[in-house]
Ligand binder design. Structure first.
Ligand code: SAH
Length: 381
């Protein structure tokens, strides 16, 4: 805590004076009684206090919230000035010194998630600060993330300000038009954390037969098609997501031969192997395989399985763009898993680029847990 890590665990608390309610501001003191930090109480969570300040003269109030939101917005000035990009994360929770608050911008609309009691009880102040700072057309709350249950909070969603169209809205990503369902899409609508990686991977796709696994709405597909891919096959378990892949290619006038397979990537890659299919570029962007420490080993087996299959399906010199968004599987461990897959595949595999989450998901040095997405672009011989 002295190093400004923003989580105080229940097991580290010797004594509680008074009876704080969820979301209340509390002072954290050392055993000698000296003031250490200020935070908000989460009575049901193992992370019992979220720390907001290490300055005794800084009250946790509406002014602090506004200040921090202003700073987060200022930290995205380059993105705001980029006319080809209208969707990005504006507030990334602890990484922007706003524990439990996620705010994503989608064109004129904001989607927010309140994931801790400290954020949830301040919903009105947060909405007021966002309106003041950004004048959005709507603020929609999608606090439907599983982590809320650890805080003893129910899932909740709904319009908190303004008007939001019933249908999908359009955003720009790297100059491409993409439709996004803010009410029903995955996460807050789409995977903003992969924005820059869509561009990085597309550079390898000119003239290539591309296989995009776990495609969702087609961020990699649209960029690959724009870069001149020869053919693109997408696999996702969600038929609705694959419909969006088609819609997004069409929306940008990209007429590349494209096929969509509704299915399980693990099974479909095995089928392709049996059919001796080959590709020039394979993208693996699976969902989070490890939600807690107990799942890490199984997650690694899953990563190894799909990466081994992908290596076997690549032509010599082909490109594997492989990702893990499991925060608990660190970059070193992920690289070891890919190493294991290369041994079993009996292929020489070179890392040519290391990728991370996009710049609107910054990593605060005092909160390394904020770094969760890692990717490797590999050449497979
Ligand atoms: N590549 C996307 C994000 C992918 S998110 C982008 O850049 O925007 C992960 C996707 O995997 C989701 O769309 C989910 O529907 C899909 N999915 C999850 N498990 C799957 C499985 N076993 N087989 C196929 N798709 C799966």
């Amino acid at each position: 805590m002295r190093n400004r890590h923003p989580w105080l665990f229940a097991s580290a608390i010797a004594r509680v004076d008074g009876t704080p309610r969820d979301g209340d501001v509390v002072d954290v003191c050392a055993s000698d009684g000296s003031w250490m930090a200020g935070g908000t109480w989460s009575g049901a969570s193992q992370i019992r206090v979220r720390l907001w300040t290490w300055d005794p003269d800084e009250p946790i109030d509406a002014a602090l919230l506004s200040d921090r939101i202003r700073r987060a917005v200022a930290g995205r000035a380059e993105l705001a000035a980029d006319s080809g990009t209208t969707a990005y994360r504006l507030v990334f929770s602890e990484s922007d010194s706003l524990p439990g608050l996620i705010v994503d911008r989608y064109a004129d609309y904001l989607v927010m998630q309140l994931l801790t009691t400290g954020a949830a009880v301040r919903v009105d102040e947060i909405v007021a600060a966002l309106r003041e700072e950004l004048s959005p057309a709507a603020i929609y709350e999608r606090s439907d993330a599983e982590v809320r249950t650890k805080e003893g909070l129910d899932r909740t969603e709904g319009l908190r300000w303004g008007d939001l169209p019933e249908d999908a809205i359009e955003i720009l990503e790297g100059g491409y038009r993409m439709e996004v369902e803010l009410r029903n899409g995955q996460k807050t609508g789409t995977y903003l954390d992969q924005r820059q990686n869509h561009v990085r991977v597309a550079r390898y796709c000119a003239g290539a037969e591309v296989l995009s696994c776990f495609s969702y709405a087609g961020g990699f597909e649209v960029h690959a098609a724009g870069a001149g891919a020869r053919q693109i096959i997408s696999i996702d378990s969600s038929a609705a997501a694959l419909e969006q892949v088609v819609a997004n290619l069409r929306r940008n006038g990209l007429s590349v031969p494209a096929e969509q397979i509704t299915g399980n990537v693990f099974g479909e890659l095995r089928r392709f192997r049996a059919e001796e299919r080959r590709f020039d570029v394979i993208i693996l962007d699976p969902p989070k395989f490890a939600a807690n420490a107990a799942q890490v080993e199984k997650a690694c087996r899953g990563y190894k399985d799909i990466n081994l299959l992908a290596m076997q399906l690549l032509r010599p010199g082909g490109i594997l763009a492989t990702f893990s968004c499991s925060g608990l599987v660190g970059a070193d461990l992920f690289q070891k898993v890919i190493f294991g897959a290369s041994l079993d595949a009996r292929r020489d595999v070179q890392i040519v680029e290391r990728l991370s989450q996009s710049s609107d998901h910054p990593v605060l040095l005092t909160f390394p847990e904020g770094e969760y997405l890692k990717g490797l672009i590999c050449r497979v011989w």
